[in-house]
Write a protein that binds this ligand. Structure first.
Ligand code: PLP
Ligand code: COI
Length: 337
């Protein structure tokens, strides 16, 4: 495969195939591996009109031993089904989800980047209402797709810090604030603030609580974590925050490292006292955030280059499990066979 694995960025590339299943008359079919990156969709499909859809994101790594491993895919299956329940879609049985990941990754094995390049195979499950409706009703037919594509860094890569902009005027739209689900429409509502933020020269957008604009919620692409003045790992307790699998895993690792872990409301003003701040998620991994701008207010956190010692430790411990360089006491790696 003639790809420059170390410089992929986070971009879509065509691969061999995707996998696609249809749910009709109360059951899922066997699924097909489809070469063309297109599928026929009814013009009255509910995913097109009413945003009846959900998506997930996970990564597959070529590990140090050469084994190809998906990272915590069961968590994505569970979260996708909570999104399915929230938008009245047919759920995907967990075994079917895991088998689909295995089948589509195997069929695209040569696109799993080599160990040591920092790149991985990004896996994007999609659940769509594809039955026709013209009234506001749930569909009677669903499509479950998994596409895969090799990716590198979402932001600058490694532990290089980025700066963030607080999107006060958009907090009220609460782009991600729909109660623990990952639905396409939420991201559609976030495209304008993303664009405004990028056009102003900031890679990442930060949202505060939509009612008081007082508490930190999350970034547009990822959860917010910080190391407070006492060295505790803190992350917001909020109904508007996606329950990040990365944040969950990092809390486990932080406890293992002996850190105090706190999930609690975090006032924006407390930012001034933090030692380190990061954006965390599947795509962004752990990206240090060293400047947060809110109007004319600029808050500097952590070192100007690289990151502080706590984020470094968390990054090393977490990514060494992903890359198979460390033991996996939690059973997070699932080998593709
Ligand atoms: N928050 C938002 C808005 C996201 O889009 C994502 C990415 O999926 C996350 C948080 C991080 O979630 P995870 O760690 O499960 O990828
Ligand atoms: C992920 O991290 O998997 C996401 O879905 C976030 C998106 C910004 C790519």
């Amino acid at each position: 495969m003639a790809l420059d694995w170390s410089n992929l960025g986070f971009a879509y590339r065509d691969v061999n195939c995707h996998i696609r299943y249809t749910w009709k008359n109360g059951k899922w079919d066997e699924g097909i591996l489809e070469k063309e990156p297109y599928f026929p969709v009814h013009i009255a499909a509910t995913c097109l009109h009413y945003g009846q859809d959900a998506f997930e994101g996970l990564k597959v790594f070529r590990t140090k031993s050469g084994a190809i491993c998906a990272f915590r895919p069961i968590e994505n299956a569970r979260r996708m089904n909570s999104s399915a329940r929230r938008s009245c879609m047919a759920e995907v049985p967990e075994e079917l989800f895991l088998d689909a990941v295995n089948r589509v990754v195997k069929a695209n094995e040569e696109f799993v980047p080599p160990y040591g390049t920092g790149a991985s195979l990004y896996v994007r499950p999609l659940l769509l209402g594809t039955g026709p409706q013209i009234g506001v009703n749930a569909a009677d037919e669903y499509t479950f797709i998994i596409l895969v594509t090799p990716v590198g860094a979402y932001y600058k890569g490694g532990l290089q810090p980025v700066r963030a902009l607080v999107m006060d005027e958009f907090d009220r739209a609460a782009p991600h604030g729909t109660g623990f689900v990952k639905m396409g429409g939420n991201y559609g509502a976030a495209l304008l603030p993303h664009k405004i933020c990028h056009d102003k020269g900031y890679p990442i957008d930060l949202y505060l609580d939509p009612v008081q604009h007082k508490y930190i919620d999350e970034f547009g692409t990822s959860n917010f974590i910080a190391i407070d003045k006492n060295g505790a790992y803190v992350t917001p307790l909020s109904h508007s925050v996606l329950p990040s699998i990365t944040n969950n895993g990092l809390r486990t690792v932080a406890k293992q490292l002996g850190m105090d872990v706190q999930v609690r409301p975090i006032e924006f003003e407390e930012l001034r006292t933090f030692q380190e701040v990061a954006s965390v998620g599947t795509a962004v991994v752990i990206t240090p955030v060293n400047e947060i701008h809110r109007g004319d207010d600029v808050i500097l956190v952590g070192p100007r280059e690289g990151c502080g010692p706590y984020l470094q430790k968390l990054y090393d411990a977490y990514t060494s499990i992903q890359w198979g360089e460390a033991d996996d006491p939690y059973g997070w790696r699932v080998e593709i066979k």
